[in-house]
Design a protein around this ligand. Structure first.
Ligand code: NAP
Length: 324
């Protein structure tokens, strides 16, 4: 039985983590082209923090909005789709938690094209660490950087969920990985990389033979990162941890060194094929998705405070009506 109301985080304005509360909200009504998912768990993302603290003011954000760009759960109403009731799925991106209500809730109504079947016996809390983080790591490393075992990969801004996933994937195919953090006390969290570096803002010229670079700090350090890779190397700008989102007065001739390639990844377009590839890869390489900390849904305030304070080392996962 699908209830009439559910618990959800509903935002209207800029909201500090400590002001997050669960409210009673109507369970969304099914409509053609959309499916209703009973959420079992969801991961928190840096982009949801940005939404909550500033982006919510933008006109393109639906208000009120239930945030949350990803979840895992089960189909409870398949509508006119080919999904079946009880089927295990993940839903992510393409406007989820921005232009339509997202995953900080017990149920989510999601367009069919945003929902993907998953085949895995991992517990819900582990599954929740995969969708956005591993999809983004996967796309950045393979689609954009064309990562190969012989590459030496620099990961700038390694101490985030995405950074840890990227280290795990790159190491598992045999790459040499150099990862950075901007906090000395976090160097030890990068122990899976071959080398951990404290990022003081200038890395160019300090290491040689870097063939690929995953830029997670973003435009703030991109100029320097482009100067870290050797000729023929590729830099993929995926993150914006540095808080600078765009480059003004961008002069490509002077900005991008001769013979270096600049790419970027946007996780807005997941496909069933890529989701299948990621699960296959994780199984084949016997990899367990990293989880920094698991909270229950009633602890959502604590989970968001942990996100804002950067105290959790890796992916924050929230379980909904599931024992942790
Ligand atoms: N392009 C895309 O489609 C896409 C998709 C997903 C994520 N992203 C981006 O990728 C980045 C990582 O996302 P995430 O969800 O994995 O992040 P996250 O796990 O929420 O990580 C946020 C943490 O990163 C740490 N961090 C590491 N280096 C930093 C630096 N130089 N400056 C500031 N903070 C730094 C911060 O902790 P400390 O300050 O304590 O180190 C912060 O708590 C974000 O910028 C996110 O927006 C992009």
């Amino acid at each position: 039985m699908i209830p009439k109301t559910m618990k959800a985080v509903v935002l209207n304005n800029v909201t500090k983590a400590s002001d997050i509360t669960l409210t009673d909200f109507p369970v969304p009504k099914i409509k053609p082209g959309w499916v209703l998912v009973k959420i079992k768990a969801f991961g928190l993302n840096h982009s949801e923090q940005i939404l909550r603290l500033s982006e919510i003011q933008a006109n393109y954000i639906q208000k009120p909005i239930i945030p949350g760009i990803e979840c895992v759960g089960e189909i409870v109403d398949a509508s006119d789709s080919n999904f079946t009731i009880g089927q295990k799925v993940t839903a992510l991106m393409e406007g989820m938690g921005r232009s339509f209500d997202g995953s900080y809730a017990e149920y989510a109504l999601v367009p069919i094209q945003n929902v993907f079947a998953i085949h895995s016996e991992l517990p819900w809390a582990r599954l929740a660490a995969i969708p956005e983080t591993y999809f983004t790591a996967w796309g950045s490393l393979f689609e954009c950087l064309d990562l190969k075992p012989e590459d030496t990969l620099l990961i700038r801004g390694g101490t985030c969920a995405l950074g840890y996933a990227a280290i795990q994937i790159a190491k598992s195919i045999g790459c040499k990985v150099i990862a950075t953090t901007h906090k000395k006390e976090k160097l030890l969290f990068l122990h899976e990389a071959d080398e951990a570096i404290l990022d003081t803002g200038t890395l160019a010229g300090t290491r040689s033979n870097i063939t690929k670079a995953l830029e997670l700090v973003g435009p703030k350090t991109l100029y320097d990162t482009l100067r870290c890779v050797e000729k023929g190397g590729i830099v993929c700008n995926t993150g914006i941890l540095g808080g600078l989102y765009v480059l003004n007065n961008f002069d490509p001739i002077k900005f991008i060194p001769n013979g270096v390639y600049l790419s970027s990844f946007f996780s807005n377009y997941p496909t069933q094929e890529t989701i299948d590839d990621i699960y296959f890869f994780l199984t084949e390489h016997k990899l367990t998705p990293y989880v920094g900390k698991i909270f229950s849904f009633s602890e959502i305030t604590k989970a968001c405070i942990a996100m804002d304070s950067g105290t959790v080392n890796g992916k924050i996962v929230v379980t909904v009506n599931e024992s942790i």
